[in-house]
Design a protein around this ligand. Structure first.
Ligand code: NI
Length: 390
């Protein structure tokens, strides 16, 4: 474990932090159903004397008003769990059958409450306000969008969020400017032809070669239409067509996912997918209906806010433990806040030194190294101070 400098105000809440994390861990709730968690968050805020409002049925937006005039920093945590049967054998393991905190959101919620408690002790000295966002439904990448549409970011100048990350050992933190996670869009294509007998293809319009040709050629959307320096992923994970070996069907149905790291490549790739599908279908005398359902935008860290966050992290773990990490093609709901106001998203190491204790997020044996909790809580706390002080 690396040498860590904790703020005394956070360190004195260590017991509270672990207790809260374990309590949330015992009671995981699925996306949009975080009723008990939300109730507990509100009870804790009441005890601290922090005013809050419900935002969505289970989301909570609270405000710590600083003693001095200034900017408003938002700190965000997510509260939902996953439909997984827990296999950790922990003494505080899930008591809700078929549900588990297998992503670390139990830790995020407990860390933000702990940071809030510490911030309240120095609120008279704060140059501005701290908004606390406890959001539902991150796992469905839907909660943030809803809270943003209800105005949770009104008056907010900068937003900061984090994820406990099992791929990094506890004590390491990653914060970098620019794209950090990809957009995730849902691509649905129907190739429509005219069915008939397999022995008489000329009397039909066969959608299968059209769809097949499209799948092969659509990889050129990645290799020929997108900048090689701005990665794109296009995966078709599902094909449905036909009922029998000697019948030409009338339709071939494809579903896939498009991942991009910039708004520009997202728009260009979507246009190219549509063009490829329609033109390839046309060359086979078929037609293509293309629908691209927009999912999460890319998660892009603002350069200036990232600097505040890095300085906040350096104070805790030292600059040598602030490490670089490749961006990931997964998606994060945090993107919706970052699209509206400048902000940053950090990955906070939550892995164990002993490799055999580490499991990936969303695994039934996933567990957090609890050493990471104080670090995450300190990072929320320090970010607010650094940003408001300036
Ligand atoms: Ni998560």
């Amino acid at each position: 474990m690396v040498k860590i400098n904790f703020n005394e105000l956070i360190l004195s809440e260590k017991e509270y932090l672990i207790k809260m994390r374990r309590e949330f861990h015992k009671n995981p709730e699925k996306s949009w159903h975080e009723y008990e968690t939300s109730k507990r968050v509100k009870e804790e805020l009441d005890k601290m004397g922090i005013a809050y409002q419900s935002c969505t049925e289970t989301g909570v937006a609270a405000l710590i008003e600083g003693g001095k005039e200034g900017k408003t920093a938002a700190l965000r945590a997510d509260m939902d769990a996953l439909e997984i049967e827990e296999e950790t054998g922990l003494e505080f393991k899930s008591e809700n059958e078929g549900l588990m905190h297998a992503c670390g959101h139990d830790g995020h919620t407990a860390m933000l409450l702990t940071a809030a408690k510490a911030l309240m002790k120095i609120k008279e000295e704060l140059n501005g306000n701290v908004k606390l966002i406890f959001q539902p439904a991150e796992e469905m990448v839907a909660g943030a969008r809803k809270m943003v549409s209800l105005g949770v970011l009104e008056g907010v100048d900068a937003v900061f969020g984090l994820h406990l990350w099992s791929d990094l050992k506890a004590g390491k933190i990653n914060i970098e400017a620019g794209p950090r996670m990809a957009s995730g869009d849902y691509v649905i294509i129907d190739f429509k032809g005219k069915g008939g007998h397999g022995s008489l293809p000329h009397q039909t319009v066969d959608p299968i070669p059209a769809a097949s040709s499209f799948i092969i050629n659509s990889q050129a959307v990645v290799s020929r239409e997108s900048s090689p320096l701005d990665p794109v992923v296009l995966t078709f994970g599902q094909i449905d067509s036909g009922t029998r070996f000697n019948i030409i069907p009338s339709k071939a149905h494809l579903e896939g996912t498009l991942r991009c790291f910039s708004a520009e490549s997202r728009e260009k790739s979507s246009e190219a997918i549509k063009r490829y599908a329609e033109k390839i279908a046309e060359s086979f005398r078929a037609e293509a209906d293309v629908e691209i359902k927009k999912g999460t935008p890319p998660t892009i860290n603002d350069a200036q806010i990232t600097e505040y966050a890095k300085r906040a992290a350096e104070d805790i773990v030292g600059s040598s433990n602030l490490i670089s990490m490749e961006k990931t093609t997964g998606s994060e709901d945090m993107a919706y806040y970052l699209r509206e106001v400048p902000g940053a998203f950090a990955f906070v190491g939550a892995g164990f030194e002993e490799e055999d204790k580490n499991y990936p997020h969303h695994h039934p044996k996933f567990n957090l190294n609890e050493e990471s909790l104080l670090i995450g809580a300190s990072l929320y706390f320090n970010f607010a101070l650094k940003y408001l002080q300036d």
